[in-house]
Design a binder for this molecule. Sequence first.
Ligand code: SN0
Length: 320
Amino acid sequence: MKSFFHVSDIGDLGAALEEARQVKATPFAWKHLGTDKTIMLVFFNSSLRTRLSSQKAALNLGMNPIVLNIGQDSWKLETQMGVVMDGDKSEHLREAIPVMTSYCDLIGIRSFAGLTDRGYDYSETVLRQFIDYGGKPVISLESATVHPCQAFADLITIEEYRTKPRPKVVMTWAPHPRALPQAVPNSFAEWMNAADVDFVITHPRGYELDPAFVGPARVEYDQMKALEGADFVYAKNWSCPGVTNPAQYGQVLSKDMSWTVDAKHMAVTDNAYFLHCLPVRRNMIVSDEVIDSPRSLVIPEAANRVVSAQVVMKRMLESL
Ligand code: SN0
């Protein structure tokens, strides 16, 4: 595997889930693969789970992780080509990338959407530069449009807890005080469309996700109707994807608290499990009652981030 970005990069999902089961059961069985190998984890943005689970996955595989926080530990990096560098950015990605990749075998990048220029974000400008100028396998640790390590961990969690052959999975938008990227819902939609689930997306009008990610999923604007009979409720906020109105890209269009997932919402489901990628704003996205209930899977879901990252790194080490 040369890059991990889209669900297609992992190939057959059944095989990937079986490999995840094995990695979870015997996490140290592939320690030989990573001996004398280094993974660099580069963060342009904050992280808790991604940073720690990626380091843990690398250590389980016998690899040495190096973590770099851009702008704090390093020079501030310029990401746009063709600019006169007379501002606060001291170094360009064009040099920084090949320098960083000369010190490692694999590289993971976190680089959130800027949410001002849709074209810049949706062409994955920063991640593309790592692919083009780095020459080493690249893992998206949430880039502008995708968060595949999260979506893979979500799928592993659904596979572990499902009690029906084809569970109903509902992804619902929920309110948040700030403008957040679309990477998590984009990837979740992409992975659920590829999995054997009945997938429904619900959000207020104006929050339509990019059609490339929505694919054949059902979109239902009535949240309560969408949630009826659900086996898994996946809550997430995202800012306006700018699909119906490009001028609104990255904006907060609604803070409608009637969309907050609470007991009333869960009551119309089929005793659904609750999922969220975390970090979560309590009583904005989800009520205390729901996230603290026995049906909340947010902690096992986060634990599975080690498993998804480890399967990806394992496959990359095997194809070096
Ligand atoms: C990020 C997002 O893409 O939604 C990372 C999720 C894995 N979330 C946030 O930035 C939340 C920040 C906040 O203030 O709640």
